[in-house]
Design a protein around this ligand. Structure first.
Ligand code: KIV
Ligand code: ZN
Length: 522
């Protein structure tokens, strides 16, 4: 295991630490496979985030493999793994990160009275000692060590200062102060960070970081206050603000605030903002967490001027109503990019332009076959269609246990809809049929009549992939809950009944592959 040097930075630059693949993934239903994580990690690298928190290596063999694969693939960003403050977790993190060009171990232990007493059942002295020893152990394996006092914002400041001074002495290079439950307000959080930095005698030996949850909708504001008032120089955030409960600080919002108001914040970032929309789409498509239309920066309406007064103003002078340019964050007008006659090379080139290139030629071929199928049914293919198509499980390495072969449905006024479906279970083709309240209901019931997953459908949503036209493909998200597990499946097709069946089968595949992974460990 190599011991890397700790990161250095000038005081007027800010580190963007993305935790979509770790904290974001903790959101119920957002769990991702290794290949999905790898694809997102590559996009994060194109976005030029400084640190990618790839997962929590000790949490499962699957996450260990994902961190390992990302560590091997990513060259330009530091790859990080989370680890509880114990030798086993830290060793697992170090092993998973061994192949990385640059890596970081992020270790944490809770320090708030509530968490120490009720969750850890440890005394403050025991927590102090465990934090210190964990950082000492980690520092012997890696030169870049981040320490987080979980629930830091609700911790008692004297105790927190004692812990932080000790872990910096042991070699922690980044000190991250989580507002784990999203309780902070900007001025207080900023002052909290500033006071800690002033009171911890060796605070200048570490980079200070903010990590805010969005329970009161203030994660971005709190993070910015931690930087402006508190002097933090790292922000932890996720694409689309993905994360447990109300999510984490949203990368696109915090980055564009810092860039657009550089006059105020005065900090430089390494981020390539033109990759933001592609990253947002990829994360939403992969996890099935749809982006709300009025979401800042990445929502479909973020740059749409509907009112006549605004449109008139923008046409006369853009900056009357626009503080940033849509194209600067990667929005392109819905462009027809390819069609039925486009060849494999044109398709491959467009994949590359969209940052979606595949490693294996076999995967390009599978994606191209899907593209041809789509182009036969839909005359105009947009960038959004290609992104959705590439996110389709059937063109990736994922094991597809259930696969749609054909679907026919009949619905007519006054008649009960009926669906007939052929799909593959492993190597066997099965035929099923069912009635339902509507064609989607009939299709899902038909599939379920054979699979008998018993899973509860907790979310069903349909969105147009390219807005403003009924010719668009429908993108369906299905969320299933089964025995305490929640998975999302996404399917796209010009026919929303087919998209629904694909989404349902994709969710069943996730339940199935998880069950297989658990069985393999047992
Ligand atoms: O929110 C939190 O406290 C965390 C830590 C593990 C950093 O995610
Ligand atoms: Zn968190």
């Amino acid at each position: 295991m190599s011991v890397h040097e700790s990161p250095t930075m000038s005081t007027d630059s800010l580190i963007i630490f993305d935790t979509t693949l770790r904290d974001g993934e903790q959101s119920p239903g957002a769990s991702m496979t290794k290949d999905e994580k790898l694809r997102i990690a590559r996009q994060l690298e194109r976005l030029r985030v400084d640190v990618i928190e790839a997962g929590f290596a000790a949490s499962s063999p699957g996450d260990f493999e994902a961190v390992k694969a990302i560590a091997a693939a990513i060259k330009d960003s530091i790859v990080c793994s989370l680890a509880r403050a114990n030798d086993r977790d830290i060793t697992q993190a170090a092993l998973a990160l061994a192949g990385a060009a640059r890596s970081r171990i992020h270790t944490f232990i809770a320090t708030s009275p509530l968490h120490m007493e009720k969750k850890l059942r440890m005394t403050p002295d025991q927590v102090f000692e465990q934090a210190r020893l964990a950082v000492r152990f980690a520092r012997n394996l890696n030169g870049d060590i981040e320490f987080s006092p979980e629930d830091g914002y609700r911790s008692e400041p004297d105790f927190l200062c004692r812990v932080l001074e000790a872990v910096i002495d042991e070699g922690a290079t980044t000190i991250n102060i989580p507002d784990t439950v999203g309780y902070a307000v900007p001025e207080l959080y900023g002052a909290f960070i500033r006071d800690l930095r002033e009171r911890v005698p060796n605070s200048d030996k570490a980079i200070w970081s903010v990590h805010c949850h969005n329970d009161l909708g203030m994660a971005v504001a709190n993070s910015l206050a931690g930087v402006k008032l508190g002097g933090a120089r790292q922000i932890e955030c996720t694409i689309n603000g993905l994360g447990e409960r109300a999510g984490n600080c949203s990368l696109e919002e915090v980055v564009m605030a810092l860039k657009t108001r550089r006059d105020y914040f005065g900090l430089s970032l390494g981020i390539d903002a033109s990759q933001i929309v592609a990253a947002s789409r990829l994360v939403s498509q992969t996890t099935g967490f749809v982006v709300q239309p009025n979401k800042a920066v990445v929502g479909a309406n973020a740059f749409a001027h509907a009112s006549g007064i605004h449109q008139d103003g923008v046409l006369k002078a853009r900056d009357t109503y626009e503080i940033m340019r849509a194209e600067d964050v990667g929005w392109s007008a819905n462009k027809i990019v390819l069609g039925k006659l486009s060849g494999r090379n044109a398709f491959k080139q467009r994949l590359q332009e969209l940052g979606l290139s595949f490693e294996a030629e076999g995967d390009v071929n599978a994606a191209f076959a899907k593209f041809k199928e789509l182009a036969d049914r839909k005359s105009e293919i947009f960038d959004e269609d290609i992104i959705a198509l590439v996110g389709d499980e059937s063109v990736t390495h994922e094991q597809e246990h259930y696969r749609l072969i054909a679907l026919a449905q009949h619905s007519e006024t006054g008649e009960r809809p009926h669906a007939r479906i052929a799909f593959a279970i492993g190597d066997t083709e099965v035929q099923v049929e069912s009635d339902g309240n509507g064609p989607v209901d009939a299709s899902l019931k038909a599939i379920e009549s054979k699979v008998a997953s018993g899973a509860e459908l907790v979310l069903y949503s349909v969105n147009a992939i390219t807005s403003g036209s009924t010719e668009s493909q429908g993108e369906v998200t299905v969320r299933l809950q089964q025995g305490g597990r929640i998975v999302n499946g996404v399917g796209s097709d010009p026919d929303i009944v087919i998209a629904s069946a694909k989404a349902y089968l994709a969710a069943l595949n996730k339940l199935h592959s998880k069950a297989e992974r658990v069985a393999a460990q047992g």
